[in-house]
Design a protein. Structure first.
Length: 150
């Protein structure tokens, strides 16, 4: 895996990630060019399973300036490319109440294909988020104390 083009930073804050999957994205040519320029926004995006296919919603890929009339709708629905076994497994997991599919990051693999990491997530409550922040601050405090002791 190469360096990520875009990450969904809100996903780890707002959701508890249970299981992650790597999948391909069905893109048009001008969208690939925009991805190479890192012109993608994953905030507020999610995926659903509809009629045996996984569809990605609310992902904004900026129109490529040099594509002129070949540009497509920046927030169109995009099909995610997964094996049938994976789709069936995801569908079984998403039957549980409170679980959703959230994209975590987009990157190009070694062969040059755009890949998306999606995860089955459960939403965090406000008190869970506060607990995570408190735990992180305590860990930082301990690290600082250990650093000054040396």
């Amino acid at each position: 895996m190469s360096k990520p083009i875009a990450t969904n930073r809100k996903a780890h804050r707002d959701y508890e990630v249970l299981e992650a999957f790597e999948c391909g994205i069905e893109l048009k040519g001008s969208e690939v060019k925009s991805l190479r320029d890192s012109k993608i926004n994953l905030n507020d995006s999610f995926a659903r399973i509809e009629s045996g296919e996984v569809i990605l919603y609310n992902t904004y890929i900026s129109p490529y300036a040099q594509a002129s009339y070949l540009n497509v709708d920046p927030v169109r629905q995009r099909k995610l490319l997964l094996h049938k076994r994976q789709i069936v497994k995801l569908a079984g997991q998403l039957m549980q109440k409170g679980l959703t599919l959230v994209p975590l990051k987009v990157y190009f693999n070694d062969r040059g294909f755009a890949k998306l990491e999606i995860a089955v997530c459960r939403g965090k409550k406000l008190y869970d988020r506060r607990e995570t922040i408190k735990r992180r601050e305590e860990d930082l405090k301990i690290k600082r104390m250990l650093k000054h002791r040396r």
